[in-house]
Design a binder for this molecule. Structure first.
Ligand code: NDP
Length: 487
């Protein structure tokens, strides 16, 4: 048997009592000097940190990423420089709209956030299980999320708010089509793809930049739940996806994903039919085929959920040399919003929490702040320039500048085809979905839109049917029939 550990106070004093408070005699009252009691109650009151406004309910696991294909012609990233290179990863899957206690099988996109602990810093690919997103400008994000949350008066989820917003923002249509297909209710986290969704860039050793999209293809196969199964599981096993991940890894059944990229040259980006930085669009595979990069395996559930999963802080700004950003507006907004959220939830030193800490040494001049626990730079100078330390800002890590299109910029300029919200959703419905998937998608949409209520019901339904009609007339007719309305 293990040698017993001594109970202590948080200050380390060996202590003799966990349950009984110090009292004046057997009947009390309790003595003010019982600091062990104060410590226990006070810490309990502070157990909760702010819930993530989005992606509150999640599951996480550690694992490895292994490079299987040489893509060094596109990137000088140290990690991707050689077949066989490997690094540790941490992945957090999540639903988006629901609170921390909500059900795992809600119809919702799924977060798919990966932290690669590389020798040259942490690379966070903070994606979803869908290749596109509802909106393309970050200024819209708070409004959009409000429509996925609760009505300000009734505190109920509201199909009216949701479809009012969708119908007034047709750029949501592509994501709506994916969300209301059965991929909107994946069978746990293991049987879904992940996508970086944004356009990123890769910069090679010659400082040449290409545009890149990242895809994680599940090697377990895509598996979805239909509406009825998802609804039933909400009641019988609300933690279905968490359980599935934990049990699979405990059984040694380690889930894997193949990481692939699509590559677009600068020249192709000028000729592409759509704005390549528009997150409501994909790049067709026929024009931009998938290129293998590596395999990710998840094989370790964190020993403590709060320490690693609840405190995990991913940010699209955490890129590594050789992988860069793009003018994608939503990406640019997330570069601000994610670290801002972490500073609020976890504090200015969120990057010092073990799950967020890079494995390589960090050298910078940022000091102090709440919960500084990494030695705070010790006796080293806390200012730059100085005559004492040997930290250098290495110019070879500088990227060539992001190309601009050279026209005088109007702050609210629009791209050609910006308002084509319909071609790709139409292709998804006609070309990609099987007949069964089409039927299920129509059924899922009808079921959801039937929840629209109030005096604006007809107006919202007609406006949304108009968008479906532009994507595919048959789709709109089938939905109208299901709703028992005329277009
Ligand atoms: P392809 O026929 O080459 O590929 C279709 C893609 O759609 C596959 O990646 C498939 O994933 C995925 N898919 C299948 N069913 C669904 C669904 N219900 N929701 C979301 N994705 C699904 O198509 P194209 O590249 O020519 O694009 C056609 C349409 O496919 C797009 O408009 C878009 O809606 C969708 N799509 C395209 C992607 C892309 O990056 N080009 C990525 C994902 C979807 P899998 O192979 O894993 O089954």
């Amino acid at each position: 048997m293990d040698k017993k550990k001594k109970l202590t106070t948080t200050a380390g004093r060996p202590y003799h009592e966990v349950e009984d408070s110090q009292t004046a005699g057997p009947r009390g009252p309790i003595l003010l000097q019982d600091y062990y009691l104060h410590e226990k109650l006070a810490h309990f009151n502070r157990e909760r940190i702010p819930e993530r406004v989005v992606h509150a309910k999640g599951a996480g696991a550690f694992g490895t990423f292994t490079v299987t294909n040489d893509i060094s012609r596109y990137t000088r990233a140290e990690l991707l420089s050689k077949v066989g290179n490997q690094c540790r990863v941490f992945v957090r899957f999540s639903t988006v709209g629901g609170e921390k206690g909500s059900a795992d099988t809600e119809r919702d996109p799924r977060g798919f956030a990966v932290k690669f602990y590389t020798e040259e810093g942490n690379w966070d690919l903070v994606g979803n299980n869908t290749p596109v997103f509802f909106i393309k400008d970050p200024k819209k994000f708070p409004d959009f999320i409000h429509t996925q949350k609760r009505d300000p008066k009734t505190n109920l989820k509201s199909a009216t708010m949701t479809w009012d917003y969708f119908s007034l923002n047709p750029e949501t249509l592509h994501q709506v089509m994916i969300l209301y297909s059965d991929r909107g209710t994946p069978d746990g986290y293991r049987h879904m793809n992940g996508y970086g969704s944004h356009t990123f860039s890769m910069i090679n050793g010659r400082d040449e930049r290409v545009w890149v999209k990242f895809h994680f293809k599940t090697l377990q196969g895509n598996r979805t739940l239909n509406r009825q199964q998802a609804e039933e599981l909400k009641g019988t096993d609300p933690d279905y996806a968490q359980r599935d991940l934990v049990e699979a890894i405990a059984d040694g059944n380690f889930p894997k994903w193949a990481l692939k990229i699509q590559v677009m040259t600068q020249e192709q980006s000028r000729l592409f039919k759509w704005n390549p930085f528009d997150i409501t669009k994909v790049w067709p595979h026929s024009e931009f085929p998938l290129i293998d990069v590596g395999v990710m395996e998840l094989n370790e559930i964190p020993a403590n959920y709060f320490a690693d999963v609840e405190q995990a802080a991913f940010a699209p700004s955490h890129t590594i040399d050789g992988i860069g950003l793009s003018p994608d507006k939503l990406l640019q907004g997330r570069i601000f919003a994610y670290p801002d959220a972490h500073r609020y939830r976890l504090g200015a030193n969120y990057h010092q929490i073990p799950v967020n800490r890079p494995l390589n040494p960090v050298n910078h001049y940022m000091r102090d702040g709440q919960m500084n626990v990494d030695g705070n730079g010790g006796a080293a100078p806390n200012y730059y320039p100085n005559s004492f330390d040997s930290i250098e800002a290495d110019i070879t890590y500088r990227e060539s500048p992001l190309p601009l299109d050279g026209k005088p910029a109007d702050a609210y300029d629009r791209n050609e085809n910006d308002d084509d919200h319909f071609t790709q959703p139409g292709l998804l419905f006609r070309k990609v979905m099987t007949e069964k998937e089409q039927i299920n998608t129509v059924g899922n949409i009808v079921d959801a839109m039937n929840g629209i209520s109030g005096p604006k019901r007809d107006e919202i339904i007609q406006r949304q049917l108009g968008h479906f009609h532009q994507a595919d007339p048959d789709l709109a007719i089938l939905i109208a029939k299901g709703l028992n309305v005329k277009i």
